[in-house]
Design a protein around this ligand. Structure first.
Ligand code: 5GP
Ligand code: ZN
Length: 109
């Protein structure tokens, strides 16, 4: 979708720190991270809400979120997906947040 900021990121028209790319999935660092390593995992197919995306376009999303969670080395993390303004969705292209919680012994959390 031409006006969509995440479609532009997927196409490479807007730069991002890319973490993973496959035929159906794109993952990149959040521009305003809630913690170090805060990533967004998105289907390449455009859709505003989870219910707009065909099941086959979603199959790879959680496995990618898992890989990223492991890569951070954090034992504590949230996977979050907002749908609609009242649910705090700001960007209308389905995205899954992977938000690591820094390990306490590092003194960051
Ligand atoms: P939402 O509130 O819609 O679930 O989250 C949207 C997320 O997208 C926010 O965490 C925000 O920081 C991130 N975001 C918005 N615009 C950009 C952008 O241009 N680049 C990147 N990397 N992240 C963005
Ligand atoms: Zn889009």
């Amino acid at each position: 979708m031409a006006a969509c900021i995440f479609c532009k990121i997927i196409k490479g028209d807007i730069p991002s720190f890319t973490l993973f790319e496959s035929e159906r999935v794109f993952a990149f660092l959040d521009i305003q991270p809630l913690s170090q390593g805060h990533a967004l995992v998105v289907p390449k197919a455009h859709g505003s809400k989870l219910t707009d995306i065909p099941d086959d376009q979603l199959e790879e999303i959680l496995p990618v979120a898992k890989k990223l969670a492991k890569a951070t080395g954090s034992e504590n993390y949230n996977i979050l997906q907002n749908n609609g303004r009242l649910a705090h969705q700001e960007v209308d292209h389905v995205h899954f947040h992977m938000i690591p919680k820094p390990n306490q012994q590092e003194g960051l959390g």
